[in-house]
Structures are given as C-alpha cells and as structure tokens.
Design a protein around this ligand. Structure first.
Ligand SMILES: NC(=O)c1ccc[n+]([C@@H]2O[C@H](COP(=O)([O-])OP(=O)(O)OC[C@H]3O[C@@H](n4cnc5c(N)ncnc54)[C@H](O)[C@@H]3O)[C@@H](O)[C@H]2O)c1
Length: 298
C-alpha cells in the first residue's frame, strides 16, 4: 500500500473496471484502502484486476454482471453489500462506442450505446443510492462523461449519452444531497482499447501521444473521500497531466423585452444582438464557422 488510506473501511464499485481507465480506478481505490467490486462483462479482465489488487495486499472481488440491464446493476450493488457489508462509492465507468456518421447510424448503434452508458448509469446509480440512503451514511457517486458531449463528428449516440450523463450529474446532485450522497462526474483521458478508435475532425483515426489511463483514478479516490465532502454536481476533466473544472451550461447573455418578442422585433434586433455572438461548435471549440450561411457543399 503506497497511498494514504483515506478510504480505509469503505466499499466501492467500479463498473467496466477490468481494463483501461476503470482498471486504474480500481487500483487507486484499493491502494487508498477501499474494498472494491471490479465489475466487467469481460470476466478474464476483471479477474486479472482483482488478482493485481490482492497481490498488492488490497481487497477486491470480481463481478461479471452486465450494466446494460437493471438486474445486472442491482446484482452488482447486492454483491458489494453481501461481500463487504456496505457501499460507500460507485464509479459508473463502463462504456462502449459504436461510431457512425449521423445519416448512416442504425437504431441498434444508437440504443446499444445509450443502454450501456445512460441506462447503465441510471440503474447502477439508483441501486447504489437506495442502499446508501438505507445505510444512512451518505456516499459518493462518480459518473463518467466525455468532452464528446460538446458535439463530435460521428458520435451522435456517444455524445448524446455523455451529455445525458452530465445532465444526470447535476440533477442527482440536487436530489441526493438530502441523503449525504454526493454526485460528480469525470471526463477522463487515457490510451485504452476505446481510445484506439478515436477519430479527428477529418474522420481519420487520431494519432495521440500515450496517456496513462490509470492516472484518472487519483481524482476518483479524492472525490470518494471525506475531504471532498463539500463537492457535488461538478464535472472534472482528468488524465493527461490535467485537472480541469468544467463550466456548466448556462445562458451566456440575452435580451429582455417586457411583453415578449414579436417576429418584427427579432428581425430588427436578433442579428446585431445575439446573431453576431453565436457559440463555438463541437469538442474543438472552433470559432463559429457559419456566419456566411449553412449551405450544401457544391
Ligand atoms: N479513453 C478515453 O480517453 C476516454 C475519454 C473520455 C471518456 N472515456 C470514458 O471512460 C470510460 C472507460 O473507457 P476506456 O477508454 O477505459 O474504455 P475500455 O473499452 O478500455 O474499457 C471499458 C470497459 O468497460 C467494460 N464494459 C463494456 N460494456 C460493459 C457492460 N455492459 N457491463 C460491464 N462492463 C462493460 C468493457 O469490457 C471494458 O473492459 C468510458 O465510459 C468512456 O466512455 C474514455
């Protein structure tokens, strides 16, 4: 054990914890003293992560339940409580990608991604929070979003899912504070099986420098600790040497007119008041590119 034991006596679940970023969360949580349920549909990878933790003197058990069903999510929470007597933290990390340009995307590609990310987060978070409320001890939920939720070519399904998870973070934080349950999200970075498929704005697989995927686990430990007892409803960019606080969606500026805006008013004022300040688009936050009109490519 080489980290301070700030989670000694605590029990945590990490979904998708067998490889990549989730594996790193498991290793760091265990080193900080937590007993960990390493959940992953890939049982071999989950077992390897558990063996790694126990060889370092930590406590961990594997779960192969699928977060793509309510039953699977409830099973993971039940296993944690049966094995460790409690649950203090849930890290909803499991994810898949099915990239395709919007006009070609199938229902299956959309719903597969939606089910694992959004429904999996909803079901696991609900099962964990119900148990935390019953315990009366509070707890920490750490959800996983992505900068892709700002909009990214070829990722209608994934961007929508990650946007939904960011919105869930804000809402759950408001609802669950009454039970001492904090809800935050990370937008991680790491070189993983998933990142090997990331594409740039040109649609080609992006060349990226190696980023240690396990590093995101440090912030996860901190968010699950009592030192973060005042932090909820926040989204943090983690990994790749950075630690960022995401500003939350809000109206940037606007106009008010008693009695409301007529079409004639809009035609008179919109272009000079709001139309010249349109927001950047997408993950790259490129300056608004369409002031000359959105026109079919000739
Ligand atoms: N890699 C990045 O740079 C990056 C960036 C932003 C967000 N993320 C997010 O971080 C999380 C982890 O991504 P990663 O890069 O480590 O991916 P990964 O593919 O390396 O690992 C994801 C793990 O989730 C497991 N999994 C998938 N579906 C599951 C299910 N239904 N039930 C249980 N386990 C399941 C997989 O078996 C796999 O081991 C994802 O939510 C991803 O969207 C990753």
């Amino acid at each position: 054990m080489d980290e301070s034991q700030i989670l000694a006596g605590r029990a945590a679940i990490v979904t998708g914890g067998g490889r990549g970023i989730g594996r790193g969360h498991c290793l760091h949580l265990a080193r900080a003293g937590a007993a960990v349920i390493v959940n992953d549909v890939d049982g071999d990878e989950a077992a390897k992560a558990v063996a790694e933790i126990t060889s370092q003197g930590g406590r961990a058990l594997a779960s192969t339940a699928d977060v793509g069903s309510r039953k699977g999510c409830e099973e993971i929470v039940s296993q944690c409580v049966a094995a460790f007597g409690r649950i203090d933290a849930l890290v909803a990390n499991a994810g898949i990608m099915r990239d395709r340009s919007f006009l070609k995307m199938s229902d299956e590609e959309f719903t597969d991604v939606w089910r694992v990310h959004v429904m999996g987060t909803f079901w696991c978070a609900q099962a964990a929070a119900l148990r935390m409320r019953e315990q009366g001890t509070g707890g920490s939920l750490v959800l996983t979003t992505s900068a892709a939720h700002m909009g990214n070519f070829g990722q209608t399904n994934y961007a929508a899912a990650k946007g939904a998870i960011a919105s869930m973070t804000y809402t759950l934080a408001l609802e669950l504070a009454a039970y001492g349950i904090r809800v935050n999200a990370i937008s991680p970075a790491g070189t993983t099986r998933m990142s090997a498929t990331f594409r740039g704005p040109d649609g080609k697989v992006a060349e990226m420098p190696f980023i240690d995927p396990t590093q995101n686990g440090v912030m996860v430990v901190y968010l699950c600790s009592d030192e973060a007892g005042y932090i909820t409803g926040q989204v943090f960019g983690t990994g790749a040497d950075r630690l960022m606080l995401l500003s939350q969606p809000k109206y940037a500026f606007g106009m008010v007119k008693p009695g409301g805006w007529s079409l004639a008013d809009l035609r008179q004022h919109f272009k000079n008041q709001l139309g010249n300040r349109l927001e950047p688009l997408g993950i790259q936050k490129a300056p608004y590119p369409f002031y000359n009109g959105v026109k079919p490519r000739s």
